[in-house]
Design a binder for this molecule. Structure first.
Ligand SMILES: [Zn+2]
Length: 671
């Protein structure tokens, strides 16, 4: 390919990627499977690497993140980004309405929008091209985070019409991405983010744009700072205009003719906020007519034509009675607050996370303290603060133990970690947690072996390691509490069936540090047998795509342990399969793995496929089919009359395909 041809192809690729990205990230209706997008992106990257002088600023390749910046520059906002006044209840909303009508008359109408809990940003476009993205900062001066914002796929790099415009919006992290990120952080022994807002802000304020690129952020555009050459009459029209330009605009924005409608809107979303796939903390109410905005003007701090209704804080007071210490599978010791039961956000809370010792110190938590407990969405409740003026003097200081609460070995703090760890490989707590992990859904998937049964087996000394599960006898199981003939039979059958699992499940189940379900699959696929993986060198591991140094190192040292060899031998002798039985490399020709590594749920009636056929196709193309939607699900294929599963998938923000999209993807991979 000569330079001229390359230029032409680059143009094509950019248009295609822009269009596919728009459909996927803005409209939520993917046009092509991810693998096709990735393939085109790789072609683009390759061409741009070959012809560096043909790289443009608005090329979709910036989505993967450019080189890190030494620091963020400050930028002044031409039109200040003011904060809004707050309304906390119905009365505040009515007072706002009275003030507005006094100033502009009775004809007033409003627009209600959800108040997203993320990071407010300003995006400047010149002749349709994104030239700058900045944080709100103090409203007058923000930070230039253009290179990070360019990686957010819902932010157009080029508008559909070449306007010069400054757009405001909220960058946010969907709940599902947030959970996945925290899971990965936990795996890596890193501290988790407290909520999606912190995670979004933390990701966009990284100097390395590649980190932001990996965080699955999104953005809702919600207002125009200024625009040249376009006359918009109402706020609602400006939302529609933003949509036309290619922005993602939230679908729940609604026109409200009266304050009664506004109040009804706030009530509806106060109740239903937890059903959304992203966090909100209130409702923004704006006067619709922009001419009225002019008349109303501003106070020193905020516009008079808008107010932010804040949902009642889901925080309550209760007494912290004790602090319990839990030893996790990786030996991390986590303090958990035991509380007087209290109702928060519709559920009774008895325990709350305290994260680690540093936080206990920082918040000055003592046993017997009256504490503030907060529950946000689906997130575990946490202790956010202490009411020190409620102290009676009876409160007792808490100290993290120096020994493991279960095995009494000395706890250590690894370099760069805040957590304390028990490093004893024979620690019963770690073994028990390891067993629970081993049988879990993404690992060996043994039904009927819940936490309670595992704890009992462990307590009765019927199992000491995961291999012992395969040596359990009927009579032994019958002695356990609440284990009748039928459940014992089922359990034994489930254990037996798990012996046939493909290698990746076993690998994940073993709980090798840093090896998550996805990496386990990659390893199983690449090395095919446990034996080969055991013999793999650091370099061989590193040569595998997706395996980094930390993981390679962890795998090598895991297999060097003599107790690991013993365990693997014991498992093999018990008849547990040690080879990869998924689709073979040869079967997954380069582009065929549309569903590679994906967990797919089929729901509703498919017209061209039987369930079984569809399932076989997905498996042949590298995916796994499961029955129920959870946050582990990657994709839902929804046929006709898809009911609750589709709804659930929508709520947790999982990709949903129509049957047509599914058929297309399968056909394309088979060409
Ligand atoms: Zn221990």
């Amino acid at each position: 390919m000569d330079k001229h041809q390359a230029e032409k192809r680059l143009k094509e690729l950019r248009l295609l990627l822009e269009d596919y990205g728009y459909h996927y990230y803005v409209l939520d209706t993917p046009k092509v499977p991810d693998s096709e997008y990735d393939r085109l992106m790789n072609e683009l990257l390759q061409l741009e690497a070959d012809y560096p002088d043909l790289v443009t600023e608005d090329s979709p390749s910036v989505r993967i993140g450019g080189p890190p910046a030494p620091s963020f520059k400050k930028v002044a906002h031409r039109v200040p980004m003011m904060s809004l006044s707050n309304a906390f209840n119905e009365e505040d909303l009515r007072a706002f309405d009275r003030r507005v009508r006094q100033a502009v008359g009775e004809h007033v109408s409003y627009v209600c929008e959800l108040k997203f809990d993320g990071l407010a940003v300003s995006l400047t476009y010149e002749n349709g091209k994104l030239v700058r993205g900045a944080t709100r900062g103090d409203g007058t001066i923000g930070e230039d985070i253009t290179n990070n914002l360019r990686t957010v796929p819902a932010i157009p790099l080029r508008l559909k019409q070449p306007y010069s415009i400054e757009v405001r919006g909220e960058a946010y992290m969907p709940k599902a991405s947030f959970e996945r990120l925290n899971e990965a952080k936990e795996q890596a022994g890193e501290e988790k983010f407290a909520n999606p807002r912190n995670a979004a802000a933390g990701s966009l304020r990284q100097l390395d744009p590649k980190i932001a690129a990996k965080r699955n952020l999104s953005l809702f555009a919600y207002s125009i700072g200024e625009v040249e050459g376009k006359n918009v009459q109402t706020h609602f029209d400006s939302l529609m205009f933003l949509k036309e330009l290619g922005f993602k605009v939230n679908e729940e924005a609604a026109k409200c003719e009266t304050i009664e409608d506004v109040i009804a809107y706030t009530e509806k979303w106060s109740e239903r906020r937890h059903e959304l796939p992203y966090e909100i903390d209130g409702v923004v109410v704006k006067v619709n007519s922009l001419a009225d905005h002019e008349k109303l003007g501003f106070t020193a701090k905020s516009p008079r034509w808008a107010t932010a209704f804040k949902f009642p804080a889901e925080e309550v007071l209760t007494v912290l009675r004790d602090i319990e210490l839990n030893v996790g599978r990786t030996g991390v010791v986590t303090p958990t607050a035991l509380l007087d039961p209290v109702l928060v956000a519709g559920t009774t809370v008895r325990r709350a996370s305290l994260h680690n010792e540093d936080l206990i110190r920082e918040k000055d938590v003592k046993l017997g303290d009256t504490v503030i407990v907060k529950k946000a969405g689906d997130i575990i409740p946490e202790v956010v603060g202490v009411l020190t003026d409620k102290r009676t003097g009876e409160e007792v200081d808490f100290h993290m133990p120096t020994e493991c609460p279960e095995c009494h070995s000395v706890l250590e703090r690894l370099e760069g970690e805040v957590a304390l760890r028990c490093l004893n490989p024979k620690c019963p707590a770690q073994i028990r947690e390891g067993l629970i992990h081993f049988v879990s859904r993404n690992a060996m998937n043994i039904d009927g072996l819940g936490e309670k049964v595992i704890s009992q087996l462990f307590l009765h000394q019927l199992i000491a390691d995961v291999a012992d599960l395969y040596l359990l006898e009927r009579e032994e199981l019958l002695q356990l509490e609440r284990m009748g003939e039928k459940s014992v039979d089922n359990l034994l059958a489930a254990i037996e069936a798990s012996k046939e699992n493909s290698l990746e499940r076993l690998l994940f189940g073993l709980g090798i540090r840093f090896v998550g379900a996805k990496a386990a699959k990659t390893l199983a696929y690449e090395f095919e047998t446990m034996e080969r993986l055991q013999e793999a060198t650091f370099e061989q591991l590193l040569a595998v795509n997706e395996i980094g140094e930390k993981m390679a190192d962890s795998i090598v040292s895991y297999f060097q342990k003599p107790e690991v060899s013993t365990l693997l031998e014991k498992l093999a002798n018990a008849g547990v399969n040690m080879t990869y039985t998924g689709p073979k490399k040869a079967a997954i020709a380069e582009e065929a793995g549309v569903f590679a590594g994906k967990t797919v749920v089929l729901t509703g009636k498919l017209s061209q496929w039987t369930r079984k056929e569809a399932q076989e196709k997905i498996e042949a193309l590298g995916g796994t089919v499961t029955g129920s939607v959870s946050k582990k699900t990657d994709l839902v294929v929804a046929g006709e009359d898809a009911g609750s599963k589709q709804k659930k998938a929508q709520n947790i923000g999982i990709e949903i395909w129509t049957e047509e999209q599914f058929t297309q993807a399968v056909e394309q991979s088979e060409q």
